[in-house]
Design a protein around this ligand. Structure first.
Ligand SMILES: NC(=O)c1ccc[n+]([C@@H]2O[C@H](COP(=O)([O-])OP(=O)(O)OC[C@H]3O[C@@H](n4cnc5c(N)ncnc54)[C@H](OP(=O)(O)O)[C@@H]3O)[C@@H](O)[C@H]2O)c1
Length: 364
């Protein structure tokens, strides 16, 4: 029997700035139906930080448990099978899915199809199945060396953007004439702005798409070409407050919400809360005049699956995705972070918002 050395990147649950690498070993003698994957690369965006911020409320720490008081942040990426004790999974196969920020993942598999497998490890069974499925990249032609990193970064975010755009269209955009996206430089906001801009063009719709962003990101947001107007947080008083408005909030900043709700007042016809990138400013002194509603993607997904059928639902997302990935290749440059020190630095930079939105970050 041989042992395989592994490493987990763990963060302190009540103080996310504190992290440590934890060494562990796996035996090469696996129980029946177990498979050991070596993680090759993962994507990392503020969405992963949000997993940590809401880890306890939303059970994100339960995917990959570690020592008490610490958690492992999940991340989307690619891994290769290095040992298999399942008859239908072979060494060398490569799977896309939800991985720990670690070197390895041990899974227990029940059924395998040509598309992939579900991890049935006991502690994951109560968690949403979408996170427990691993796709066989050989069976998915969209995974090419040119696109697989963009897929890891954007695919989990894009589906939410698709569903927000679809939900707003479903409500006839609340007859709004302006749609404001906060943290407009974030990748989820980029995808939403792209979808809204396309829908506006195709259907001759009459709303303006406004990006709200930090001063340092104004130029990046402007050159995307999907927002009709870009305004920095400092210039928020320039907003036209006479227009019926939708806010889609990716920032989660309390004071920004306060200002938007106060400025727009009863012209704010829909306040859609999606993200918490500004996680250190979720609280503020002044209570919010009105509340918004958290966007719950599975609800709109279920509605459309029922109305359109699963095949058409997936086809529509697939078509929109291909258009988006085609243009985003020229917008985002992939930046690779190799080794533990670079991983830790990227994590700390992401935590404090010291990141350049033009990069798509991949940890190897
Ligand atoms: N509910 C859902 O189903 C769902 C699905 C997908 C994403 N989301 C959420 O949407 C948000 C965006 O995720 P993403 O992965 O697209 O983000 P991202 O691309 O990594 O966002 C980067 C941008 O966020 C802002 N930012 C990042 N860190 C910050 C910090 N510490 N303090 C202040 N601003 C910071 C900056 O934008 P600005 O300068 O433009 O403000 C930065 O350019 C996340 O909170 C994510 O969890 C939710």
């Amino acid at each position: 029997m041989a042992t395989i050395n592994a490493l987990d990147f763990t963060v302190k649950i009540d103080k996310l700035q504190k992290s440590q690498f934890v060494a562990k070993t796996y035996s090469d003698e696996l129980s029946s139906n177990q498979v050991l994957l070596e993680i090759e690369k993962i994507s990392f965006t503020s969405n992963n930080i949000t997993y940590g911020v809401v880890g306890e409320q939303m059970n994100y720490w339960n995917f990959f448990p570690t020592q008490s008081g610490y958690g492992i942040i999940p991340a989307w990426g690619l891994a290769n099978v290095i040992i298999s004790n399942h008859p239908d999974v072979q060494v060398g196969q490569r799977f896309y899915g939800y991985y720990p920020m670690s070197t390895h993942l041990l899974v227990t598999i029940d059924n395998v199809s040509s598309k992939g497998f579900m991890d049935n490890t006991e502690h994951r069974q109560a968690l949403p199945p979408i996170y427990n499925f691993y796709s066989n990249t050989e069976q998915d032609p969209t995974f090419t060396p040119e696109t697989e990193e963009l897929i890891s970064i954007f695919r989990p975010l894009f589906v939410t953007s698709f569903l927000i755009d679809d939900d707003l269209a479903d409500h006839n955009f609340y007859n709004a004439t302006q749609i404001l996206l906060t943290s407009a430089s974030s990748k989820t906001a980029q995808a939403l702005a792209f979808l809204l801009a396309n829908r506006k063009k195709e259907n001759g719709l009459n709303f303006n798409i406004l990006g709200l962003t930090s001063d340092k990101n104004v130029e990046f947001v402007k050159q995307l070409g999907w927002y009709d107007q870009t305004i920095s947080y400092d210039e928020i008083s320039r907003l036209d407050t006479n227009e019926k408005s939708i806010v889609v909030d990716f920032a989660g900043n309390h004071n920004l919400q306060f200002r938007l709700q106060t400025l727009l007042s009863d012209k704010l016809v829909c306040n859609c809360l999606v993200g918490l990138v500004d996680w250190q400013n979720l609280e503020g002194e002044k209570p919010l005049p009105r509340k918004g509603a958290f966007f719950f993607a599975p609800k709109q997904a279920r509605k459309r699956q029922k109305e359109w059928g699963l095949v058409k639902f997936q086809q529509k997302i697939g078509e929109a995705w291909l258009q988006f990935i085609d243009v985003t290749q020229s917008v985002i440059s992939i930046k690779e972070h190799i080794g533990t020190e670079k991983l830790k630095q990227l994590y700390l930079d992401m935590l404090s918002g010291k990141i350049d939105p033009k990069y798509g970050n991949i940890v190897i």
